[in-house]
Write a protein that binds this ligand. Structure first.
Ligand code: GLU
Length: 527
């Protein structure tokens, strides 16, 4: 294979969707696996919607995910002159034309009429359709329009490029041919003739389709009679996505285009523009969508959908990278795959051609696995800014570090650190149901107050001693051993679970634990 050159080409119009960044990840892995280049192109042609903020968010997101790109990013807006030259060139060669569409004069790419010269176009079959009597068939320089008849005898409007209706013939109700497109084509596209036929009853034509081979989806095709000529320059003179995207891919010498399959429809048109320009078409790989449980495109409505959402929620970048890379590609059955392994093993052919379903539970659990294997130091670095942002944090860094070490293996999301408040100060329980469930039993207040007295005499640095005290306190109260652990934890921490109880008590310390136990038992036990 000649040098692999791929790119991530986002439009900076808002937050970065996980579907987009997954395309970036797959491009990155493909380039790194092949020893090729991974480029970043910022498609900022839409001046109203592209903002500097969005560009900054994008660059930040690339950095956070460690998606290091080669060469300086190319800002599409800097290429505008070149795009317009290419449009002019297409126009000079008869592949594009100026046309008044509604109120605006735009430049359109003309779908090729000389179909036989295009390797990507094949003849399919002969077609015929009845024409609806109420709608005139109309052909002008912009294409062919007519209405056929639905099963309920309604008019069904149709419109396509001339090439879609190659060999078009129109017949009247007596079966007499009254028009043929091939012999009128030249004068129609010169803009001299607008054909309007009111008495047509039937049309026939030769259907052709445009083909390309997708590295993930296999051979794909689309009939030309379902395609219109394509606007490439707006009335205000600015080049549109299709032209800019193709020109830049040519300028940047892309070997492969790996992007979401929402672009398949564009690609049918793009291969024709490449051919009209006499340029070699890159190889395409369209990634299946990320979908929700209902199989619909995954969006903000389904939950966190932007990279920034996951970052602020406390997902690690390595976890998100791992999760997204295994969303639709898999080297085996493993849930975890390091960046290094992914680079070694990545193959486009192994990308699944079916949609990939987002599974938040899986992502959540995977994040826990990533946090668990972080070094204490790295976990502390990760969690510190989060803790510093909580209103309850009192600046006790040493305590924070000890708590972080204790809680690391129990943390699935860094934001769960918000619940660590009880290590820093008394937190009163506020969940009525839990209060009733845990502290509501008869005799509980006495049992806990007696336990507090026993704890006051216990060495908190000795887990066995602490365990024995809790056991004895339970026995004294006529409870099974261990039955006081949960109420004690609840009174000291207001939480229903957490790290090992003895470790927790030791960390909070004797004086504070006994004080809280008494305070909350007095205040919240029903009896
Ligand atoms: N700017 C386009 C997008 O974000 C790029 C598509 C492509 O990768 O070619 O959808």
């Amino acid at each position: 294979m000649s040098e692999v050159r791929v790119r991530f080409a986002p439009s900076p119009t808002g937050n970065v969707h996980i579907g987009n960044i997954r395309a970036a990840i797959f491009n990155y892995l493909f380039a790194r696996n092949n020893g090729g280049k991974f480029l970043l192109r910022i498609e900022d042609t839409d001046k109203e919607r592209s903002t500097q903020e969005a560009v900054d968010a994008l660059l930040d997101c690339m950095q956070w995910l460690n998606l290091d790109y080669d060469e300086a990013p190319l800002y599409q807006s800097t290429q505008e002159q070149h795009h317009l030259e290419v449009a002019k060139n297409l126009q000079d060669k008869g592949h594009a034309y100026r046309f008044i569409k509604g109120e605006n004069e735009v430049t359109l790419f003309r779908m090729p009429w000389d179909l036989e010269n295009y390797d990507c176009i094949r003849e399919i079959d002969q077609q015929e359709l009845p024409l609806h009597a109420d709608v005139e068939l109309e052909i002008d320089a912009g294409g062919v329009r007519f209405a056929t008849i639905s099963r309920k005898q309604k008019a069904v409007p149709m419109e396509a490029c001339h090439a879609g209706y190659k060999d078009l013939k129109v017949f009247d109700a007596d079966g007499k041919e009254i028009f043929d497109l091939n012999s009128n084509y030249a004068s129609i596209i010169s803009g001299d003739t607008t054909v309007k036929i009111a008495n047509g009853a039937k049309i026939t034509w030769t259907r052709h389709s445009v083909f390309f081979t997708d590295l993930i989806k296999g051979e794909l095709s689309k009939p030309l009679d379902s395609m219109k000529d394509l606007v490439i320059v707006k009335s205000n003179g600015s080049p549109l996505f299709h032209l800019a995207n193709i020109c830049d891919d040519i300028t940047q010498n892309m070997s492969h285009i790996i992007r979401g399959d929402d672009h398949v429809e564009n690609t049918y048109r793009h291969v024709l523009i490449y051919a009209a320009l006499g340029e070699k078409t890159p190889q395409y790989a369209h990634l299946p969508m990320i979908v929700n449980k209902q199989g619909k495109p995954y969006s903000k409505r389904d939950g966190d959908a932007f990279v920034g959402d996951f970052r602020t929620k406390g997902y690690t970048s390595d976890c998100l990278f791992n999760y997204l890379l295994l969303l639709g590609w898999s080297p085996g059955d493993e849930e975890k795959c390091s960046r290094e392994d992914a680079i070694k093993l990545f193959q486009l052919e192994k990308v699944k051609s079916t949609a990939a379903q987002m599974d938040m539970d899986k992502l959540y659990n995977l994040n826990g696995q990533y946090l668990e294997v972080l070094s204490d130091e790295n976990f502390i670095t990760l969690v510190t800014p989060f803790v510093q942002s909580y209103s309850w944090y009192n600046g006790n860094e040493e305590l924070l570090q000890t708590v972080a070490k204790l809680m690391k293996s129990r943390t699935k999301l860094v934001t769960q650190s918000e619940s660590w408040e009880y290590y820093f100060q008394l937190v009163e329980p506020n969940d009525e149901k839990l209060i009733k469930k845990i502290l509501g039993k008869e005799g509980m207040k006495q049992a806990l107050l007696a336990c507090a007295d026993l704890l006051n005499e216990t060495d908190f640095n000795d887990p066995d001693a602490l365990g024995n005290t809790l056991k004895s306190a339970a026995e004294n109260a006529g409870l099974n051993p261990g039955k006081l652990n949960q109420p004690v934890r609840f009174c000291v921490t207001s939480a229903n679970g957490g790290a090992d109880l003895m470790d927790t008590l030791a960390l909070i310390g004797k004086e504070e634990s006994v004080k809280r136990l008494k305070h909350n038992a007095e205040k919240f036990c029903l009896a």
